[in-house]
Design a protein. Structure first.
Length: 301
């Protein structure tokens, strides 16, 4: 005689998991518990919400307890589930790759608006410096079907994630596979993509910019995001962004645009540096919280 697996009220599962995460210091314990249960059960988060509302009972999914334990150890939620949403993409992430953040979606939108709405460029040349997971470049290639995108990533380990995401996106949208090229190299080097110098419409970047004097307090960031993708190479974090500015200026055609994410304390300095590097205009823009988060600079015609 087969004994049926024991079922547990979904609300109780969430309550217990959230309590464990809360005790571990996780900022959003209820949210994370719901996402982990949905992932473990192969369902959508809305299914968890509905089950809680309706008082449903579920069999505890295999692996759920282990996933909660990983999150309680302050491993990033996205590493535990293995993916992170970014605009219209679902990107694979894990150890060795920087997890894309919502504020970077604004950086992409700024570039897309300039290309299409403002200038009607539907077959542009675009360069993504410091590609990471591929979030920026793959979003551009997906949302502007005629765009030719070159992406540069220094870390071989990180580039493996870029390639995984390229393959996944290309399976859904084969044109991206033809239009996206990954270069493993130093994004600040004059020799990287040198053949494109003076011909690129848009350069877009989320470089390492965290000041080395300000180690992040969150364990998810401090202990798991790769240091190569975090720290900007100097006490104030501007060394690498400044070199990215210089490389972007060389890559752009006259009239081209550069968009770069930065730390909330770096805007004025980087805008001034962009002017010194030769850009005709340089302006810092705010993120969703009203803090200066990214730079746009146009190369003179």
């Amino acid at each position: 005689m087969t004994v049926a697996a024991q079922t547990v009220p979904v609300a109780d599962l969430i309550r217990a998991a959230a309590a464990r995460l809360r005790e571990a210091g996780v900022d959003t314990p209820d949210h994370d518990a719901k996402l982990l249960l949905a992932h473990a059960a192969g369902r959508e988060p809305r299914d968890v919400d509905k089950a809680m509302l309706m008082g449903e009972t579920w069999t505890v999914p295999d692996g759920f307890d282990a996933m909660v334990a990983r999150r309680a150890s302050r491993e990033p939620l996205q590493y535990v589930t293995g993916h992170a949403p970014f605009r219209y993409l679902d990107l694979q992430v894990g150890p060795g790759v920087f997890i894309p953040r919502p504020e970077t979606e604004l950086v992409v939108q700024e570039g897309l608006d300039w290309l299409t709405a403002q200038h009607g460029l539907y077959s542009p040349r675009v360069v993504d410096l410091c590609a990471g997971s591929g979030a920026i470049g793959l979003a551009v290639a997906s949302e502007v079907p005629g765009a030719q995108v070159w992406a540069v990533e220094l870390s071989e380990r990180t580039a493996a994630w870029t390639k995984r995401n390229l393959e996944a996106v290309a399976r859904i949208n084969p044109q991206v596979g033809y239009n996206y090229q990954l270069e493993i190299g130093d994004a600040t080097s004059r020799g990287t993509l040198a053949a494109l110098d003076g011909t690129v419409d848009l350069v877009i970047s989320n470089p390492p910019y965290v000041p080395e004097s300000q180690i992040p307090e969150q364990p998810e960031v401090r202990d798991h995001d790769p240091a190569l993708a975090l720290y900007g190479g100097s006490a104030d974090g501007t060394l690498i962004p400044e070199r990215i500015i210089e490389r972007a200026f060389a890559l752009l055609r006259p009239g081209g645009l550069f968009v770069m994410e930065h730390d909330i304390m770096q805007g004025d300095r980087l805008a001034a540096y962009a002017h010194v590097a030769g850009f005709a205009t340089a302006v810092t823009h705010n993120d969703y919280t009203g803090r200066p988060r990214y730079l746009t600079a146009e190369k003179g015609a």
